[in-house]
Design a binder for this molecule. Sequence first.
Ligand SMILES: [Ca+2]
Length: 378
Amino acid sequence: MQVRVLRVLAAVLVLTLIGYLFRGRIQRWALPPQTPPADVAGRSSGAGSPLFTLVAGELEVPWELAFLPDSSMLITERPGRLTLIAGPRRRSYEIEGVRHVGEGGLLGLALHPGFAQNRLLYVYLTGFGGSGFRNRVVRYRLSPSGLEDRTVILDDIPAAPFHDGGRLGFGPDGFLYVTTGDATDPSYSPATQSLAGKILRVTDGGKPAPGNPFGNAVYSLGHRNPEGLVWDARGRLWATEHGRSGMESGLDELNLITAGANYGWPYYQRDAVRPGVTPPVVHSGPTYTWAPSGAAYWKDRILFGGLRGEALYEAQISEDAKMNVRVHFHAELGRIRIVKLGPDGMLYLGTSNRDGRGDARRGDDRIVRMDPEFFQRP
Ligand SMILES: [Ca+2]
């Protein structure tokens, strides 16, 4: 009897080990990359065309990038490094207290609007708190000798190995916006007193921004896992959001965000029109997945990257018609997490092929640069 129990235990152990070693392939088999429907397919970069210029390679799950006043770049790498790239020179700073588990780790990054004078930067990270995983926003001062004055400005955001949100951005109003995921507990999303499943708005010191709709840090609610934030030329805030996942994956969203609005998760999806619920401006449909992440604005377009969609999405803003989303560069770069417009007017894309769900190629992960005029060419 005891021998039998030991054999069963050994078999379970071996299967667990195999599952762990091949988890990337198993996930890829269960959730294969998506092929865009023919009616939305855009263009490839063109055979032999030098559309993409390699800016940096050999990165490990770069999540966000920011340009310093001297045009050097800061990049968060999810395992917990902040990497400064200045021409051929590269320097990495370890960020304290990062728990890189599943989708959590070192995620968003934003420079203070007064960075040129005060050298303050903000990161969003998954760490460990009293009762489990916690997401937090931490501020540092970047000095010639390294990162100083570590200050946790926003803490106790519920976290989990999945759905951690994580994008940071200073708005035209000077406040810091923070996307948070539902941490796999959808009951957080509609609750105005929970910081999970939200877009938050705080001062540069982490206090609720004056005028917030519920008197706390919450700006908008009913989100599942928003990973992209960008403002358009009219100062309007757009956010990308992951819809339902697993076997029913789809209904990814592009939302126009307003203070106090409820974006429906988990009760309303698609174009459901209900009093008090704001539907997405456009969604991916029930059978196609973008898994959208970083977003940029360029000439009346919201450009955003797709992880499982393995593409760059171009949503042309249209006031009177349904927004049209085109799919570019499908399967060329792999999973795209970062989409950022540089001070040079070029568009920067960052891959996420080493995040355990991708097909990492030699030199991954990489940041590439391209001329966004591509989107205006006939
Ligand atoms: Ca929604």
